[in-house]
Design a protein around this ligand. Structure first.
Ligand code: PRP
Length: 183
């Protein structure tokens, strides 16, 4: 189906069907790894909300959810390494099997910092699940357990990912036309 925002997209990187399939595969991995457990999935807002919603509905295990929001200090598209918790979790995570759910892992600054903070709260275990990974951009090491797709350094939007807060509602992941962000 056509979307009004399609005109700003150079090409579709992952269609709705490809996303649905890959999310299902990740859910099966999580089910295998957490048999007999009840993982707590932590969505890091805002980008991960679409992936999170599809992922939890695909996981055939008892699980709980929580949300947190962080923002990186400094302007521009590259994160600076300084991270501020804008909204913290609602529940304690001590003794819980936590899965942090992200839309994209880029420089690693956000997740390197966030995982340290969460680790200090003594969860039973903590793993990271990201839909997209840009390994070529990494400046901080981050241990990644579940990864949907590894991609080159494209400017991607849709399925939760934004440019200037727009395009999050596109049902697929696309590469943004350079003329949009060069304006
Ligand atoms: C994105 C993503 C990660 C972070 C990854 O969030 O959701 O949190 O950037 O980048 P890094 O590996 O370079 O730290 P963003 O700051 O775009 O906020 P949003 O989720 O609200 O869109």
């Amino acid at each position: 189906m056509e979307h009004m925002l399609d005109r700003d997209i150079e090409r579709v990187l992952f269609s709705q069907e490809e996303l649905r399939c890959r999310v299902g595969e990740i859910a099966r991995e999580i089910e295998r790894d957490y048999q007999g457990k009840e993982p707590l999935l932590v969505s890091v807002l805002r980008g991960s909300f679409v992936f999170m919603a599809d992922l939890v509905r695909s996981i055939n295990l008892p699980c709980t959810v929580d949300f947190m929001a962080v923002s990186s200090y400094g302007a521009g598209t590259a994160s600076s390494g300084q991270v501020k918790i804008v909204k913290d979790l609602s529940e304690h995570i001590e003794g819980k099997d936590v899965i942090v759910v992200e839309d994209i892992l880029d420089s690693g600054n956000t997740l390197n910092y966030l995982l340290k903070i969460l680790q200090a709260r003594h969860p039973a275990s903590i793993r990271l699940c990201t839909l997209l990974d840009k390994p070529s951009r990494r400046v901080k090491p981050v241990e990644l357990h579940y990864s949907g797709f590894s991609i080159p350094d494209y400017f991607v939007v849709g399925y939760g990912l934004d440019f200037a807060e727009r395009y999050r509602n596109l049902p697929y992941i696309g590469v943004l036309k350079p003329c949009v962000y060069e304006e």
